[in-house]
Write a protein that binds this ligand. Structure first.
Ligand code: ACO
Length: 338
């Protein structure tokens, strides 16, 4: 049976600002090789990752998110009290509650906004972007801040070489505005979201929630860290990212030839290479910063979008394809005309 996916066609929301913030501390593959049985050679050839950023002690997801948000607001020329909505996509919230969005609201002084979090692992930012578009199109709210922010170092088992080499910390944000002036930039033309709950076991943090609270008896098995079946996840990632890309392009009435730049979720360079090959997209049209930051889950796409934007790689009228895959399983894509 064909998997039901929700796709949404054009509306008049514009991305009017992008921002990102990465923690200062750089952890290289050689640094990791000092604490776990691995090597720069293995990590680089199997994943494409050379280093990742690690948040400082006491630096929470909301701190990274707030810094990224301020950068995006500055570019957009929007004051915090003009925001109507804040959505934070994260799997590493500051706390179970209040939401990280509410903490960000306090930190940036967005006193007129309503805020909440979204959990969709690495697809979280695109889920949040899509949710924000629906809010802006369906009601009186005009301006939204959509953030992807993670402190994955707080979920890493530094003794597990299968996972600890893959992840990093960071945050990215966009300011989204619904506009009836007819002046549209950074417009989402189409988007796709999907999930497959039959595969929840492939990629998870099993403990620390209501299912398996961490207790003195089980703490040694580190249930509150990332557990992943890498090979199986890899296969799903390629299939779902290709399908989601093709569907969003079809919904926008475009083909891969129309795409100026692909901004994919960055978990593994080999996933991106296979994906580019299957979609028939040349490597130069894939924006990749995985080598510097590793997999930053929900932060990956907004960080990459901001780097491409500030780096002058995107011009007005360009077509961007954003595509993500993550735990859940979840996947999502969006086609944007800049
Ligand atoms: N250093 C050295 N050796 C290692 C390391 C390491 N860091 N990690 C694993 N190995 C070893 C394994 O123990 C294994 O050894 P063995 O053959 O003696 O048993 C060997 O390398 C091969 O292990 P595999 O797991 O088969 O390696 P693979 O080539 O599949 O690469 C990886 C693993 C990088 C995890 C890959 O499977 C992958 O990228 N999977 C997809 C990840 C992904 O897409 N995640 C989705 C988003 S994440 C999110 O939602 C939060």
């Amino acid at each position: 049976m064909k998997k039901k996916e929700i796709s949404t066609k054009a509306c008049t929301c514009s991305i009017i600002g992008t921002g990102s913030h990465m923690p200062e501390r750089v952890m290289t593959n050689d640094d990791l090789a000092k604490i776990v049985d691995t090597s720069d050679e293995w990590i680089t050839t199997r994943t494409g990752i050379r280093s990742r950023r690690i948040a400082a002690e006491g630096e929470a997801t909301s701190d990274l998110a707030s810094a990224a948000a301020r950068n995006a607001l500055e570019m957009a020329g929007v004051k915090p009290d003009e925001l109507d909505l804040i959505i934070v996509a994260t799997v590493t919230p500051d706390m179970f509650f209040p939401s990280t969005a509410c903490v960000v609201q306090k930190k940036i002084g967005a006193k007129n906004a309503v805020g909440f979090d979204i959990s969709a692992a690495c697809s979280g930012f695109l889920f949040a972007l899509q949710t924000a578009r629906h809010y802006l199109n369906g009601g009186p709210r005009k301006t939204a801040l959509v953030i992807g922010a993670e402190k994955l170092s707080s979920l890493i088992n530094w003794q597990d070489r299968n996972t600890c080499v893959l992840f990093g910390d960071g945050a990215g944000a966009v300011v989204l505005r619904s506009d009836d002036s007819g002046v549209v930039q950074g417009q989402v033309l189409s988007s796709v979201m999907g999930s497959d709950g039959s595969q929840t076991d492939l990629l998870k943090v099993p403990g620390g929630g209501s299912f398996l609270p961490v207790t003195p008896e089980n703490v040694a098995s580190r249930p509150n860290t990332i557990h992943m079946e890498g090979r199986e996840t890899f296969k799903h990632a390629v299939t779902r990212m290709c399908q989601a890309s093709e569907q969003a392009l079809k919904d926008a009435g475009l083909t891969t030839d129309d795409v100026t730049l692909v901004i994919p979720h960055q978990a593994n360079a080999r996933i991106l290479a296979v994906m580019a090959d299957r979609l028939g997209i040349a490597a130069e049209r894939m924006f990749i910063n995985l080598d510097k930051y590793g997999n930053t889950s929900a932060a990956t796409i907004p960080v990459a979008l901001d780097e491409a934007n500030r780096g002058g790689l995107i011009k007005r009228g360009d077509v961007l394809l954003l595509v993500a895959f993550g735990g859940g399983l979840t996947w999502a894509s969006a086609v944007i005309r800049w």
